[in-house]
Design a protein around this ligand. Sequence first.
Ligand SMILES: Cc1ncc(COP(=O)(O)O)c(C=O)c1O
Length: 345
Amino acid sequence: MLERTVDLRSDTVTLPTQEMKDAMMAAALGDDGYGEDATVNRLQELAAEKLGMEAGLYVPSGTMGNACALFAHTRSGDDVFFEERAHLFAGARGEFAVLNGVRPHPMQAEFGAIRPEQLAEIINSEDVSQPSLLCIENTHNGSGGAAWSPTAVAAVSQAARAHGLKIHMDGARIFNAVVAHGVDAKDYARHVDSVMFCVSKGLSAPVGSLLCGPRSFINEADAVRKRLGGGMRQAGIIAAAGIVALEKMVDRLADDHETAYLLCTGLEAIEGIKIQHPPTPTNFAMVNVEDLGWSSESLIERWKVYGILANPRPPAGARLVAHRHITREDVAHVVDTTRRLVERG
Ligand SMILES: Cc1ncc(COP(=O)(O)O)c(C=O)c1O
């Protein structure tokens, strides 16, 4: 029998709070297919308000929110620009680009932050004929949860707009970026045309994401959502938890950042372990054990015996994600266990 399980695979494992469950039980409901679910409507308004955008759309997942944005922003034959590890491109394996007949142009950017000059270079290249959309991801999952600054977003957006592009932000964890940079979500949203964020990750709601943007865009995205089978009915039962997530759970993300920082410093002090340091880190700890001669899988397997769960980042890395259920004792368990494993070899 394991002493404890420390589940660091993702912040998506967070469970709803009691306040969320109470709100779910009390939620006013209606048929959202007719726009009659008061709780969904309130969540959508609240999301738009937080971002300073006109309208919001509640969708079952971040993947669907991004897909709705891509479909609503583009037409067949359009050229779309992504960072190569972006969830919307790499995570969805380009399926949505294929489905909507757009031409994806991935580019490699340090910590996921596409620079204006690299965007301009790729737009001006020969194989681009219908430049249409830039997708950026904040925080950037594939590069260790790096948070873009509003200034970096403004710079690339300016370049994108100069070329007539629309900009979509996959802000699955935008509130982690907000907390890490000490800014307002509007400081990001004002530089882009649409934002998707998830309430189901560190914010701890059980289900759902919001897509926000201008009213006409959201109307189109809503039509796409329905076509994709994402129309929900008395969805207020889950949206109620999303309202609590937005109203009560944003500020505490700072605790997750502190937990990730403690994991990073504790593990980095162990001989043979390297940690990736994004310029502005959030709730991820990216561990590398190459110097120990271990593979990702062998690290994950060693940890698992002691109840520590993490996701591999091959060939010799692992991703640890801090969230609401990870305590200081859990951090100590991870660090102490890892030290013993390394000493044992
Ligand atoms: C950056 C980013 N975008 C989108 C998604 C997709 O969200 P969902 O799992 O709700 O579909 C994820 C999921 O981890 C993500 O990290």
